[in-house]
Design a protein around this ligand. Sequence first.
Ligand code: PMP
Length: 353
Amino acid sequence: MDFFSKKARGIAPYTAGEQLRDKTYIKLNTNENPYPPSPRVKEVLERFPAEDLRLYPRPDADLLRQAIAEREGMSPENVFCGNGSDEVLALSFPAFFDPDGAGACFADITYSFYEVFAAFFGIPTRIVPLLADFTFDLDALRRTDCQGYYIANPNAPTGIGIGRETLEQFAVSVPDRIVILDEAYMDFFGESCVPLIGRCPNVLVVKTFSKSYALAGIRCGYAIGDRALIAALLRMKDCFNSYPVDGVAQAVCTAAVQDTAYYSAVTQNVVSERKRVQNALRDMGFTVPESASNFLFAGRAKAGGKEIYTRLKEAGVLVRFWDKPVLRDFVRITVGTAEQNDALLRQLKEILS
Ligand code: PMP
């Protein structure tokens, strides 16, 4: 007798990237930012009044919502905050999809947490294969009967981005279906669909503090959308955890979101290193789709992903590998600092020679 429910026994949970502590790795496997968060974050942490921790935090993170709204050119009623964008995405399933509905539609190669959330909440799925060049088949998505969509833009693990205009046409063509755009990596692309929100009441954009804001350790993400969509998320939150964003996280993220100068400089560094590493990988014979994110999806028919991953790990460089059809020829490499990227390229050259 293990007391497991049928769900606990049967479900296949999401596997997060390795967070190894056995030695110091050059860690290019979970798309963290290689640069530290804004200096304002350090100030907030140093000044945070410990006695305030006696009290529960603001349940709806009002001040943070206000700061995000200002940054995004929206109003606080258009913003919902959660414990990482994973939690926001999780709550969006019961908020917008029914177990006996037409299902949640997404690509076969995309963020693999979507199918775990769908299974957890008992929502049927409709899986549409990517095209041969790893881009989304938006026509096939449109033709698929469903309650709505999850589109990671840029997509993971391919790194490929879709322009705002294309997604506007898509959203307008499916007015009765919700279009959830997971923009975890959008700051490295700059084609956010937040400007569509006034015109497209079916668009919900989900963002995170984990990547461009260099705050993966704090666990905060948010959604932006029409007030009615935000209201549905708030209802789900209050059925699960009234205080998903703790007081420290609210203060830290509020400071971060206001430091646009620092973050645009850091993002610029990542984007220019991305170009350099992408070119170097292609010169070594890797197939690398054009990346709009802070990582590169690099494949090589002869030395498969597993060998590259294993040999790099032995050499102290962690990248991500999936032992799944199509993906197994590839590794996903987070763009690091110039020194980290140099070390990666050096090791790869040695492995391939
Ligand atoms: N969406 C995508 C596409 C991701 O790759 C990730 C990071 N694993 C997330 C959402 C979740 O990020 P977080 O929960 O840290 O906000």
